[in-house]
Design a protein around this ligand. Structure first.
Ligand code: GDP
Length: 174
């Protein structure tokens, strides 16, 4: 345990959010763990269910074992040990794949933060409200945050929530 999972269907903006959270460009396609302060432990890109696992050196987990363990976990779609899940959706679109991810998250015990992304694309912000309200009825989210991973809106709030949830607090996110 001790990590945050960023989940969502393809193209919702997970890697963009991750880059903003980490404050640097990281490659999620690389099979090698990053040598940056925060490393990508694994990414499961099978089907519509995509998960990016983030870890930091503070955990002292042997890299290879950790990756295998996490990839196995991703393969079985079990997120049982994560401290917090950031479920990324688009503010402009809800698809059957989003629904599928949502249903997998419903049984989790850890807090699930709903990040409604790409709000910078929505000109009339009033149209977002019914969407947020509808999303809020789908399951018990710890928070529902309209965000823009691209421009940074509310990304700091997500970082703060991760800091609060993770056992080592401020050591995890810059
Ligand atoms: P992923 O597949 O979930 O990792 O999605 P990506 O991070 O690769 O983003 C998919 C596309 O959405 C890219 O073209 C991003 O530039 C774009 N995108 C991501 N976040 C935002 C956002 O907040 N606003 C806008 N306008 N585009 C975004």
């Amino acid at each position: 345990c001790g990590f945050v999972a960023i989940v969502g269907r393809p193209n919702v903006g997970k890697s963009t959010l991750l880059n903003k959270l980490l404050g640097q460009k990281v490659s999620i396609t690389s099979k090698k763990p990053q040598t940056t302060r925060h490393r990508i432990l694994g990414i499961d890109t099978q089907g519509a269910w995509q998960t990016i696992f983030v870890d930091t050196p503070g955990l002292h987990i042997e890299e290879k074992r950790a990756i295998n363990r996490l990839m196995n976990r991703a393969a079985t779609s079990s997120l049982g040990d994560v401290e917090m899940v950031v479920f990324v959706v688009e503010g402009t679109r809800w698809t059957a794949d989003d629904e599928m991810v949502l249903n997998k998250l419903k049984g989790l015990r850890c807090p699930v933060v709903l990040a409604v992304n790409k709000v910078d694309k929505i000109e009339d912000k009033a149209t977002l409200l019914p969407h947020l309200q509808w999303l809020g009825q789908q399951m018990a989210f710890a928070e529902i945050l309209p965000i823009s991973a691209k421009s940074g809106t509310n990304v700091e709030t997500i970082r703060e929530l991760a800091r609060q949830q993770l056992p080592e607090g401020e050591h995890y996110f810059p």
